[in-house]
Design a protein around this ligand. Structure first.
Ligand code: SF4
Length: 293
């Protein structure tokens, strides 16, 4: 049996930065909370709570604290409320998300489509920076055709490039001027391409990440198009039935999946298979390259 990890798996730049900023904001005298769960990973959220960094959700009751804004960003009105209540803001909005917010704001007087999941906080925050003609469109949803003179498009940072291309192809014939801002983050594209490459050469893909993590779910969707694939949150979900008789197993992990969990999953696979092999750190896991198999 061979087990490989897809390149670019695990914490992306934005998530690593947000966790670092939250930990740095925390010292013994400060009351620090994150506005919403810092990342879509329950194990990391619990670890932060153990460090004394709580999760605040009820915005009306957040007063006089240090409030960490997560990498997805925050709606404009919510930010104003937090500031007005005398909180100190530690803005860990990922710079790539920030760029998307600024772009939305810069074209808010024009018709604008934000392509993404309407329930995702990043998309809701993006919407708040738009204007009256800003709308959310879900990936794969047919746009309501109008003859737009000018139309702008931005994307949720974690969307698939193919979804954005599909939307552009649909609206272009109905638009005199189309302004497409490619706000899909490189980390996402690289992670998706690497996972797909590994999936094509694996009997089984295990995609590791929080069940609510949008980018992990997209990885799972991509992988299952080419091979048997499962989305798990922790090593405890692995079973002998799931591993079955796979000879080449691929691992991929979302942007908010901590390295420790990837290591645990890797070790658990060998434990289940009764093979005496384990690693201490993620660097010891073989990373898949084209010539690996
Ligand atoms: S996936 Fe990209 S945009 Fe999102 S937090 Fe990570 S680096 Fe930033």
């Amino acid at each position: 049996m061979q087990v490989f990890l897809a390149e670019h798996s695990g914490f992306c730049f934005g998530v690593r930065r947000a966790v670092k900023m939250a930990l740095a904001a925390h010292n013994s005298n400060d009351d620090v909370c994150t506005y919403g769960e810092l990342i879509h990973n329950p194990q990391i959220v619990q670890k932060l709570e153990e460090e004394g960094i709580s999760v605040c959700k009820d915005i009306e009751h957040i007063k006089g604290k240090k409030v960490v804004i997560r990498s997805h960003g925050i709606a404009r009105e919510d930010l104003e409320l937090l500031q007005a209540a005398g909180n100190e803001i530690i803005d860990a909005t990922c710079p790539y998300v920030k760029r998307a917010q600024e772009l939305v704001s810069s074209v808010k007087d024009l018709p604008l489509l934000i392509m993404g999941d309407p329930d995702h906080p990043e998309v809701q925050a993006l919407l708040s920076y738009g204007g009256k003609q800003t709308k959310i469109i879900q990936p794969g949803e047919k746009p309501e055709f109008q003859n737009w003179e000018t139309l702008c498009i931005v994307s949720q940072t974690t969307q698939k490039l193919s979804n954005l291309q599909e939307l552009v192809a649909q609206v272009l014939p109905h638009t005199l001027e189309l302004r497409v801002f490619n706000t899909i983050c490189n980390a996402t594209t690289q992670r998706q391409e690497a996972a797909l490459q590994l999936a094509k050469n694996s009997d089984l893909m295990i995609v590791i990440g929080g069940k609510h993590s949008a980018n992990t779910r997209v990885l799972q969707e991509l992988c299952q198009q080419v091979t048997r694939s499962f989305h798990i949150e922790t090593a405890a979900e692995l079973t002998p039935e799931l591993l079955n008789d796979a000879q080449v197993i691929g691992l991929a992990a979302g942007a908010s999946t901590p390295e420790e969990i990837i290591v645990e999953v890797y070790n658990q696979i060998f434990r289940i298979k009764g093979e005496p092999h384990s690693v201490q750190q993620i660097e010891e896991i073989p990373v898949y390259k084209e010539e690996s198999c």
